[in-house]
Write a protein that binds this ligand. Structure first.
Ligand code: PMP
Length: 356
């Protein structure tokens, strides 16, 4: 639906479709790559304490959080920006670093929000096809003269580029910004944050939505040379200086006080991912080796959409994408060992039904 008042500049926009967020607790929810673990008790206490001063605006500079994060990442507070989820810093990057003269470039199979942000901001973009096995060929990203967006690990494939491969891409595009979206880096990848000291054209983005168990609080960040961060702040102060609310800010600080809890949870996910991958392969699935908190899998026994639907009937929710190249696959979030047991049991039942 659309009103007659809607600006023509947005009429062709197809918005991003978020994964389902069912209100009932009936599902084993493995469709939006959230953490299965609650935020730590300390973090929750910190957020609760912040309730008492909600009559005040939050610190628009996010100073305490940036200082804490700077220590965690080994950078300066001036090299960090916090945003309302990492989606917001990605949108800011499209606004700040792309236009008609500097289009965007990203893979054909990657995070589905990139083309939406491009269209929203009137930015032309080209997609670079992944290889047959969904890997990125670094040679395709040399001297593109475009602003490059790469999710590492990639979504929804879970495939990882090495730090060396990322550095080659950043070095080969010194006149353009390269954005490395590290939403899933804590589940086995090596972060490119260390490269921001060497390259002024690198922006690394991250999120508290996955490894840090705070998807509902909406907290993301960007790390880059101070000048790039200053540009992003110009955009931020021109849209919403209070983009990170006081509860989220307090929660975020509490989460960073508990880095060992985050690391333990990541280790559980990595262990459950190995188990799930092995079991799915034993059941005849082709499972891409994943460095993220999800696996991307398909089987000849049943089509991607049919499997998604049958799993849903059995109260297991996974993510299916209609896109031609990947429609035989499902993306399955890695949860607790118990959730994985329920997933695998449902899959075994479905396979038995289709083979009957
Ligand atoms: N990048 C990628 C690759 C993602 O999959 C997601 C999660 N949908 C995001 C960024 C954004 O996550 P958030 O806004 O919750 O930080």
């Amino acid at each position: 639906m659309m009103s007659k008042f809607f600006s023509p500049k947005y009429r062709a926009l197809t918005p991003y479709t978020p994964g389902e967020q069912p209100k009932t607790g009936q599902y084993v929810k493995l469709n939006t790559n959230e953490s299965p673990f609650a935020p730590s008790q300390n973090a929750l206490k910190a957020a609760e304490a912040a309730l008492k001063t909600l009559q005040l605006y939050p610190d628009p500079e996010c100073r305490a959080l940036r200082e804490k994060m700077a220590g965690v990442l080994g950078v300066k507070p001036e090299q960090i920006i916090f945003t309302n989820g990492s989606d917001e810093v990605l949108n800011f990057a499209f606004m700040a670093f792309c236009d008609r003269d500097t289009p965007a470039a990203f893979a054909d199979i990657t995070y589905g929000f990139y083309p939406v942000f491009a269209t929203l901001n009137g930015v032309p973009y080209t997609t670079i096809p992944l290889a047959e096995d969904f890997s990125i060929d670094v040679k395709d990203y040399v001297g593109l003269n475009k602003t490059i967006f790469i999710a590492n690990p990639n979504a929804p494939t879970g495939k990882l580029l090495t730090l060396e491969q990322i550095e080659r891409i950043v070095a080969a595009n010194s006149e353009n910004v390269v954005v490395i979206d590290e939403a899933y880096i804590d589940f086995g990848g090596e972060s490119a944050v260390c490269l921001i000291h060497k390259y002024k054209n690198l922006l690394v983005t991250g999120t508290f939505s996955k490894s840090r168990s705070a998807a509902g609080a909406r907290l993301g960040f960007g790390v880059a040379d101070e000048a790039l961060i200053a540009d992003l702040n110009t955009i931020r102060y021109s849209t919403n200086p209070y983009n990170v609310n006081a509860l989220t800010m307090a929660l975020g600080l509490g989460i960073l006080e508990d880095e060992s809890y985050t690391k333990e949870n990541c280790q559980s996910i990595i262990k459950n991912r190995a188990y799930t991958t092995e079991r799915l392969r034993a059941l005849g699935f082709e499972v891409i080796e994943s460095a993220a908190n999800f696996v991307f899998a398909k089987t000849d026994a049943i089509g991607g959409k049919a499997l998604y639907e049958k799993l849903k009937e059995k109260n297991v929710l996974v993510r299916h994408f209609k896109k031609e190249r990947i429609r035989e696959y499902n993306r399955i979030t890695i949860g607790t060992a118990e959730q994985m047991r329920q997933l695998l049991q449902a899959i075994e039942e479905i396979l038995a039904e289709v083979n009957a």
